[in-house]
Design a protein around this ligand. Structure first.
Ligand SMILES: C[S@@+](CC[C@H](N)C(=O)[O-])C[C@H]1O[C@@H](n2cnc3c(N)ncnc32)[C@H](O)[C@@H]1O
Length: 185
């Protein structure tokens, strides 16, 4: 059976799919973008074992682009607080989505530290934010997990090499390497 469209099929089956697409005409202009954001969501839920109903989760997506795609998908699919940090982000989208924050800046221009019971999850999807800056500027006293689906900026940087990696065939792009850190101390 031809299954490469699995993430797009799943998206089309969501009750909130129409609401997500209505946030902005350019939020998901093609199946590639849907598959990338869905891949990050499934990596977090299935491989990092983070529950969609956990209200203590803060998801930060550094470099989530102008349209905050992964942050918005996750804000609709979960109970998480979702934050895009990107100097190119359109902050007006914040008014249209519950539990969404958009910070129009580079990650290295912030210093965020969360306290328990918050669990911090970082999702860098085709982000150009440098991984060492992300790790340095986004901290948590409790669990700090991360998923990266890199494009042209490497996320395999010592000493923070990923704990687990896989190729995700359902990402409809040649950039389909998924890197995971279950708890960055
Ligand atoms: C290729 S775009 C990807 C956008 C989005 N992730 C997507 O897939 O639609 C890379 C993004 O990284 C952002 N970026 C570059 N350096 C950054 C930094 N230091 N902190 C946060 N974002 C950054 C850029 O502004 C850009 O929006």
């Amino acid at each position: 059976m031809y299954m490469r469209g699995r993430y797009v099929d799943d998206f089309l089956g969501l009750k909130c799919a129409g609401d997500i697409l209505n946030v902005h005409t350019k939020i998901f202009p093609n199946v590639k973008e849907i598959s990338e954001s869905q891949a990050a969501y499934f990596a977090i839920v299935n491989h990092l074992d983070i529950s969609p109903s956990d209200e203590n989760v803060v998801l930060i997506c550094p470099g989530d682009g102008k349209y905050s795609r992964t942050s918005i998908l996750c804000a609709f699919r979960t109970k998480w607080t979702c934050i895009n940090i990107d100097p190119e982000a359109d902050t007006t989208l914040m008014d249209k989505v519950d539990r969404l924050t958009i910070l129009n800046t580079k990650v290295q221009d912030l210093d965020l530290r969360f306290q328990e019971p918050t669990k911090l999850v970082i999702a860098a999807v085709h982000s150009h934010a440098p991984v060492l800056e992300i790790i340095k500027h986004l901290k948590c006293d409790g669990r700090r997990a991360m998923v990266a689906i890199p494009c042209c900026v490497s996320y395999r940087v010592p000493p923070y090499l990923p704990e687990f990696t896989y190729i995700d065939p359902y990402i409809l792009s040649p950039k389909n390497d998924v890197l995971l850190w279950s708890d960055l101390k």
